[in-house]
Design a protein around this ligand. Structure first.
Ligand code: NAD
Ligand code: MG
Ligand code: MG
Ligand code: MG
Ligand code: MG
Length: 347
């Protein structure tokens, strides 16, 4: 657990906090073999846990899972045989898949998720008598697998929604251990907190906020007569360097690494651009997440065959910054790893 002089609100759990006997004699069904599914299934298997991958008869992932040495059954058969069912199909198809597997979920079994959307917004209503937990690596699946193979871990979240057996938490922590998360550290949260912060973060800051900032910066420069290439470099390409510094050492390391002119200008002008209106808009985004408005909108959009989503995707693809970026990226060796491999990696 975390040191007592830490400023963190929550404890962080490591390998020594987990009791593997809570999972070692159980069978885990991993439904789906995508980003998270392939990583959980292979890590569990390599940790000595009995794993069945659940995939449709016609799934193109069947060959991959079998090629990785795993047993594959239909989702319904895998779930019926298992004690723990890890639901790692896309969030939008989980309610349909749940209908198929529900008959095989018995009292004392565990339904486990890597994101809380369907439970939190009642798209899946689990039976009484079943444990419902979340073990969510804070990273794409390929890193969960790669880190595990390298003997390292991936930080993760643990949450218990329903504890029918009194052992849900121990079992979730043991699962986190078996996929390598407790090597790096596991933080306890709730389905509500994970779902709402995840949706807010991706909408307001990570995926939505940052792309809008990039596009508007690019458009401002191009509209003022500057070249598309310069606008692309300044507003998109350089973002990675700034984010890498923040990732390594917080805002402080970034401010320390840029020039004093950049630091002063950034400190003065940043809040002028992303001002109190942006803050009010963020509060509106959060409210729509909290009161379920966004969830209802997204569920209805899927039921209608994704008409707006398709249009928005198309418009984003056709933005000028995508054309100039594609051309520029094909002309230069961007990738730092590639450049280093070619012996051209000096700063
Ligand atoms: P994914 O889209 O990569 O893979 C889903 C897999 O499910 C597919 O490869 C396929 O094997 C199967 N599948 C697809 N459609 C199906 C259908 N109609 N019926 C049955 N099976 C189907 O999914 P993912 O990104 O690994 O997401 C799985 C869960 O993990 C989600 O709850 C997601 O929110 C969560 N999660 C993802 C990440 C991430 O980085 N990708 C990180 C943390 C949590
Ligand atoms: Mg079962
Ligand atoms: Mg159980
Ligand atoms: Mg998300
Ligand atoms: Mg610059």
């Amino acid at each position: 657990m975390t040191d007592s002089d830490s400023t963190l609100d929550t404890d962080v759990y490591y390998d020594e906090d987990a009791d593997r006997s809570a999972i070692d004699d159980k069978t885990v069904a991993v439904l789906g073999y995508g980003s998270q599914g392939h990583a959980h299934a292979q890590n569990l298997h390599d940790s000595g846990v009995d794993v069945i991958v659940g995939l449709r008869e016609d799934s193109s992932s069947r060959a991959a899972a079998e090629g990785d040495g795993l047993r594959v059954e239909t989702p319904a058969d895998a779930a019926a045989e298992a004690d723990i069912v890890s639901v790692l199909v896309p969030d939008t198809v989980q309610p349909t898949v749940y209908e198929e597997i529900e008959p095989g979920i018995e009292e004392g079994d565990t339904l486990q998720f890597a994101h809380g959307f369907n439970i939190h917004y009642n798209q899946i209503v689990p039976k009484d008598g079943v444990d419902v937990t979340m073990v969510a690596p804070k990273s794409p699946g390929h890193l969960v697998r790669r880190n595990y193979e390298a003997g390292e871990g991936t930080p993760g979240l643990l949450a218990v929604y329903q504890d029918a057996t009194g052992e849900a938490r121990e079992e979730g922590l043991a699962y986190a251990h078996a996929i390598g998360c407790t090597r790096a550290g596991v933080v306890e949260t709730t389905f509500r907190e994970e779902t709402e912060t995840d949706l807010f973060g991706e909408q307001a800051v990570l995926c939505g906020g940052v792309t809008s900032l990039v596009k508007q910066g690019y458009e401002t420069l191009v509209d003022a007569g500057y070249s598309r290439e310069m606008a692309y470099f300044e507003c998109l390409n350089e973002l990675k360097l700034i984010v890498d510094l923040m990732y390594e050492g917080g805002l402080g390391e970034m401010w320390d690494s840029v020039s004093d002119t950049a630091e002063y200008g950034g400190l003065v002008k940043g809040d002028e651009v992303v001002d109190e209106h942006a803050r009010e808009n963020m509060e509106g985004v959060l409210e729509a997440v909290q009161d379920g408005t966004f969830a209802r909108e997204w569920i209805a959009e899927n039921q209608a065959g994704r008409p707006s989503y398709t249009q928005l995707r198309e418009a984003e693809k056709n933005h000028d910054i995508e054309d100039v970026g594609e051309d520029l990226r094909s002309l230069f060796a961007w990738d730092a790893d590639e450049a280093a491999e070619d012996g051209e990696g000096e700063e």
